[in-house]
Design a protein around this ligand. Structure first.
Ligand code: HEM
Length: 312
C-alpha cells in the first residue's frame, strides 16, 4: 500500500507536523477563555476522534493492534524515575521511529499509519491520548467492559525523549513469573493487575515473522479477518470475553497459542488465584480488567488540566 508522504512524516522523528501544535493552540486559547471551556473543546475533539476510531474498527477489524498500541506506549513506565518524560509511559513517544524500531514493537509501524489520518483530522488531540483512546475504544467495541478513562495527556516533543529499549516484557524468559513481576512491579502494577491485563490476549494473534511466536496460520486465522495468518490465543479473537483464561487453562486445542508468560498464570500460586477466578467469572474479569486497563493507560502520563477530564 502506498503511504502518503504527509502521513509518513507525521510518525517519524523530526516531523514538520509539530506534535505539540494542537496543544500550543489549546494553551493559547486558555488565556482567552476559561479552563473548563478549553477542556470542553478538547473533549469534543476526542469524541470526534472516538467516532473515527469506531469507523476504522468496523472497516479493518484492527481491534487487537490498537489495544497493543496503547499498551506499548504506556508499558514503558518506570515508577522509580520521577522526572517526566524520562519515566516513560503514556506520552505518545511510540510515534517516533526510534521507538517503533524496538524489537518488542515489530509490526507496530502500521499501527501508527492507521491512526495518523485521525490525528491529522483532530490535531488538538495528542498522540498520547489518541493511542489510549483507540485502545479503550477497541476493547469496548469488541464487547469488553467500559473503561473509566481520563484524557488530557501531554505528548513528548522529540525522539530523544523516547524510553530506552527493553522495558516491555519478553514472552519466553527463563523464569516467566519472576520476569512478569520484575517488569510490571516496575510499572507499579500488582499480581491481580498482571493477570487481568494478560486477559487482553483474548484479542489478536502472534506472528512468527514479527515476534517469533505463534504458528504461521491456524484454522482460526487462515481467513482473517484482516491480514490472514498468525496464531490466536482464542478461537474468536476479535471478541473480548474471558475465553483466554478458559483456553489457557484447558489447552484443548493445539491451534490456540499459550506463551510461557500465559501458562505461568495458572502455575504461580499467587497469579493462579486470579486466573482461576477469571476462567469461571467473566463479570469479575471485566471489572478487574477495566480498572487495571485505566491504570495502565495513565502510567507516566502528564495531564493538562492536571487531573485530566473524562468523556461521557
Ligand atoms: C504479560 C506480558 C505480555 C507479554 C509477554 C506479551 C507478549 C505478546 C506477544 C509475543 C504478542 C505477539 C506479537 C506479534 O507477533 O505480532 C502479543 C500480542 C498482543 N498483546 Fe501482548 N504481551 C503481554 C501483555 C499484554 C498486555 C498487558 C496487553 C494489553 C493490555 C497485551 C495486548 C496484546 C494484544 C492485543 C496482542 C495482539 C496484537 C495483534 O493481534 O496484532 N499484551 N503480546
Amino acid at each position: 500500500m502506498a503511504v502518503p508522504h504527509l502521513i509518513r512524516r507525521g510518525v517519524s522523528g523530526g516531523s514538520p507536523l509539530h506534535p505539540l501544535r494542537g496543544l500550543l493552540f489549546a494553551s493559547q486559547e486558555v488565556g482567552r477563555r476559561s479552563l473548563s471551556s478549553a477542556a470542553g473543546d478538547a473533549a469534543d475533539q476526542l469524541k470526534g476522534a472516538r467516532e473515527e476510531v469506531k469507523q476504522l474498527l468496523k472497516a479493518t477489524s484492527c481491534h487487537p493492534i490498537l489495544v497493543r498500541l496503547g499498551w506499548h506506549d504506556s508499558g514503558t513506565y518506570d515508577k522509580n524515575i520521577t522526572e517526566w518524560p524520562k519515566c516513560g509511559g503514556a506520552n505518545g513517544s511510540l510515534r517516533f521511529d526510534v521507538e517503533l524500531k524496538h524489537g518488542a514493537n515489530a509490526g507496530t509501524v502500521s499501527l501508527s499509519l492507521l491512526i495518523q489520518p485521525i490525528k491529522d483530522k483532530y490535531s488538538g488531540v495528542t498522540y498520547a491520548d489518541l493511542f489510549q483512546l483507540a485502545s479503550a475504544t477497541a476493547i469496548e467495541e469488541a464487547g469488553g467492559p467500559k473503561i473509566p478513562m481520563v484524557y488530557g495527556r501531554v505528548d513528548v516533543a522529540a525522539p530523544e525523549q523516547c524510553p530506552p529499549e527493553g522495558r516491555l516484557p519478553a514472552a519466553g524468559p527463563p523464569s516467566p513469573a519472576e520476569h512478569l513481576r520484575e517488569v510490571f512491579y516496575r510499572m507499579g502494577l500488582n499480581d491481580k493487575e498482571i493477570v487481568a491485563l494478560s486477559g487482553a490476549h483474548t484479542l489478536g494473534r502472534a506472528r512468527p515473522e514479527r515476534s517469533g511466536w505463534g504458528k504461521p496460520e491456524t484454522k482460526y486465522t487462515k481467513n482473517g479477518p484482516g491480514a490472514p495468518g498468525g496464531q490466536s490465543w482464542t478461537s474468536q479473537w476479535l471478541k473480548f470475553d474471558n475465553s483466554y483464561f478458559k483456553d489457557v487453562k484447558e489447552r484443548r486445542d493445539e491451534d490456540l497459542l499459550v506463551l510461557p508468560t500465559d501458562a505461568v498464570l495458572f502455575e504461580d500460586s499467587s497469579f493462579k488465584v486470579y486466573a482461576e477466578k477469571y476462567a469461571v467469572d467473566q463479570d469479575a474479569f471485566f471489572s478487574d480488567y477495566a480498572e487495571a486497563h485505566a491504570k495502565l493507560s495513565n502510567l507516566g502520563a502528564k495531564f493538562d488540566p492536571p487531573k485530566g477530564f473524562s468523556l461521557n
